[in-house]
Every structure is written in C-alpha cells, then in structure tokens.
Ligand binder design. Sequence first.
Ligand SMILES: [Zn+2]
Length: 212
Amino acid sequence: MTSAGRFAPSPSGELHVGNLRTAILAWLFARSTGRRFLMRVEDLDRARAGADAEQLRDLAAIGITWDGDVVRQTDRGTLYTEAIGGLTAAGLTYECFCTRREIQEAPSAPHAPQGAYPGTCRELSAAEREAKRAVRPAAVRLRSAVTEATVHDVLHGSYTGVVDDFVLRRNDGVTAYNLAVVVDDAAQGIDQVVRGDDLLPPRPGRPTSPRC
Ligand SMILES: [Zn+2]
C-alpha cells in the first residue's frame, strides 16, 4: 500500500475557515510529497443530515481533489469491533462503569493531568463487574501500558503528550473517535497527519491558529 495523507471532517455543520485551512494544507503536504490524498467522513457522532454533501461540495469548490471513494466511518463498524475484540483477547481492555461526574470527583493519581482517567475500574473483580453491569452499561477502556507518548511534528518538532486509559467504546455502544481514527489510519496507509495546532501548549511568539 502506498503512503497517504488525509482530511477527515466531522459532518456536524458547515466547514469553517479553520477546517478549510487544514484541508488545503493536508492536500498540499500529501500531493507535494507524492502521497495519495484520502477523504474520510468521521460521522460516528454529531452527524447532521446532509452536512457531509455540503462539506464535500465546498472542498471541491476550492480545488481539493481526493483519491478513491469517500470513506464513512459509519460503514466501518465491523473493523472497529474486530479491533476492540483483538485488544480484549490480548487482555488490553477493561470495562468502565464510571459516570463523567465520578471521574471528575475521583482523587487523581499523583502527577496525573486534569481530566485523566483515575483508573477506578482497572482492577474490578468479576463479581464487582457483574454487580455494576446490572446498574449501567459499561464503556470499554484501553489498559494502557504507558503514561505518555512522543510524536515528531514537521513544524513543531518533538512533542510529548499524556496517555491515559482512554475510552475505545462508549457506554452507549458508539465506537470512540480515539479508536476509530487509529484503525482507519492504519487500514488506509495514512503516514502523514496534518491538523491544527490547538492541542499544543501555547508558546511565546507562536500565534494561535483557528481550532480545527
Ligand atoms: Zn471506571
């Protein structure tokens, strides 16, 4: 499989200027480095009827071209189920019964960043899980073996971010974006990701870009 870049809009409404900026840059980075450029609609959540057609029309209108058919995440549920099944078979997932509020109010581990999952359900016994299943459905979390990961960004250099036991499948059964985007990037041969820099910490002298 040849390497590829991509643009992956969420069809929640019209594309805004930050989305268009990212789309143009992603297209230019891919095309100028001999990669395929793929279009993926991330419609697992927050989709508004008709928004994807409007977005694709707007992208075409500013000269964005893509290779092959548009991929929609709602057509790929089997792939996500298989990925979670493989991780579960390897002992790398666990059920989590916490509400958002319980996570916010739980004492966090030392040095854990705000909002990181505190690990409440990591070591529940089979009996505890069974009792909790009777009260509310479980989300599925990754049993992460690391607490941080480093990526290399072409513009910003090395960046190290926090990794916690993030959600793979929400307790309403919807595959989490965190899982779907990785499964799709791997399956599609994506080796170049262009996105806004809104997740980077502010640095002196670095202008902030539109969120996208
Ligand atoms: Zn939990």
